[in-house]
Design a protein around this ligand. Structure first.
Ligand code: UDP
Length: 412
């Protein structure tokens, strides 16, 4: 028997969100969820820790359950050749030409075939299956007796994919009933309906809930940060698309004219094999400057990241490609202006000159860092607008509303 909403603490969870969003938002969600009561929904991705997809599913799945949906979260696992191949996919889909040898593509297919063995029953019986990103996309092909609707949910910036790799992936995603992208620019010629749903953050999570000033201070003291120096922060996996070296360059240019410290905080995702190499490059670039703090954090350091975001003056997300950039929303929710790369999902969140600045180079980022640190009133006002903007647009309740609307539409 399935647990009731009361047994899973669903009522309490919903009450907690009501306090943030107001009753109207929750009432709307209850209405939308009513026809989906008891529906079996399975989300599948490739890691439980690290990166934005895991961050979202950790919160979205329990929230769906709270609204009476039988939601589950499954992950697929693979070996090193599989993750090398899917990282190649990721890089290629975001525009970096990659040569994926036949052997790698075979590892990709075989890993999905193997994972389908364990997942087949629950996937075939589900009313809705949501497959996140390219890693588990071939699962559909190995579930021939599926009865529900299958949705491919792409979180990455596929606006200018390297064509040969997209062509390969397209073969696997074409048979889906629909796909979801984060931005209209990412949509692709596919023979099924495509929907645009932007990701979201959870205001009640350890990553985003309010913290006391002393909790924030303790975290900073623990890392040896100087309470007197302005702080700029970038939180990211160590990935070249996040441009950590460009961040260091921006800091160097800005710090010639204004004293400041830089925190680069990140960890790996278990499905990202390039992290170590990029971290090495970052450490080398930061060497000899005691005001650059490169923090390698465990995957569950949510409260630490929360505290660092609150302690910072400005949040950076200087990505060169970005599907959405939860770290942008996280910083803005803490009342920080964000200086972000003028790309992908960052453009949705950083309204130039209003909630932060969009930049295209280290020089641009350095200019905006100095500009804001010299105008404290403006910095504060931008930060307040940023928080409001996230409250209005990018909380998990809006995300759930759009998922429910899509699922209700697919019922008929
Ligand atoms: N994150 C984390 N630890 C890290 C680095 C990142 O918990 O060491 C979190 C970060 O706070 C955000 C998510 O992982 O919630 C990253 O999502 P985003 O959309 O910014 O980027 P992605 O990693 O998915 O490309």
């Amino acid at each position: 028997m399935n647990p009731t909403r009361e047994e899973t603490g669903g009522r309490e969870l919903i009450d907690a969100y009501t306090a943030v969003t107001g009753r109207g938002v929750i009432h709307h969600l209850e209405q939308l969820a009513a026809p989906l009561k008891g529906a079996r929904v399975v989300h599948v991705n490739s890691t439980r820790e690290g990166g934005g997809v895991a961050e979202i599913l950790r919160k979205l799945v329990p929230l769906k359950q709270a609204f009476g949906i039988e939601a589950r979260w499954e992950t697929i696992s693979g070996d090193a050749p599989f993750y090398r191949c899917t990282k190649g996919f990721h890089n290629a889909l975001q525009g970096l030409p990659q040569n994926l040898p036949e052997q790698a593509l075979q590892a990709y297919e075989q890993t999905n075939r193997d994972n389908a063995e364990a997942l087949r029953q629950s996937l075939e019986e589900a009313d809705f299956v949501v497959i996140h990103d390219p890693q588990p996309a071939p699962l559909l092909a190995f579930c021939p007796n599926r009865k529900g609707k299958w949705i491919w949910r792409c979180h990455i910036d596929v606006s200018h994919p390297h064509r040969p790799v997209w062509k390969h992936l397209k073969k696997w995603v074409t048979p889906y009933d629909s796909s979801i992208f984060s931005l209209p620019e990412f949509a692709q010629p596919l023979p099924h309906p495509q929907y645009i749903i932007a990701p979201s953050i959870d205001p009640l999570s350890e990553k985003n809930r309010d913290l006391t000033a002393s909790e924030v201070q303790q975290t900073c003291t623990g890392f040896g940060l100087d309470p007197q120096l302005p702080m700029v922060l970038q939180v990211s996996r160590f990935d070249r698309f996040k441009d950590p070296l460009g961040v260091i360059e921006s800091y160097r240019l800005a710090s010639r004219l204004v004293p400041l410290q830089l925190v680069l905080a990140g960890g790996g995702a278990s499905d990202d094999p390039e992290g170590e190499a990029v971290l090495g490059e970052v450490r080398q670039a930061a060497e000899g400057d005691a005001r650059i703090h490169v923090l390698q954090l465990p995957a569950d350091a949510h409260r630490t990241i929360n505290a660092l975001q609150r302690a910072s003056d400005i949040v950076l997300q200087k990505s060169l490609r970005e599907g959405f950039g939860l770290t942008v929303a996280e910083g803005m929710w803490k009342g920080k202006p964000v200086i972000g790369g003028d790309t992908g999902g960052i453009r949705l969140q950083v309204v130039n000159h209003y909630t932060g600045f969009l930049v295209r180079s280290p020089e641009g980022a350095a200019l905006r860092i100095r500009y804001l640190l010299h105008r404290r009133e403006l910095l504060k006002a931008m930060g307040e607008r940023a928080r409001r903007f996230i409250w209005e647009n990018y909380l998990i309740t809006r995300h759930l509303r759009e998922y429910l609307t899509l699922m209700v539409g697919l019922l008929h």
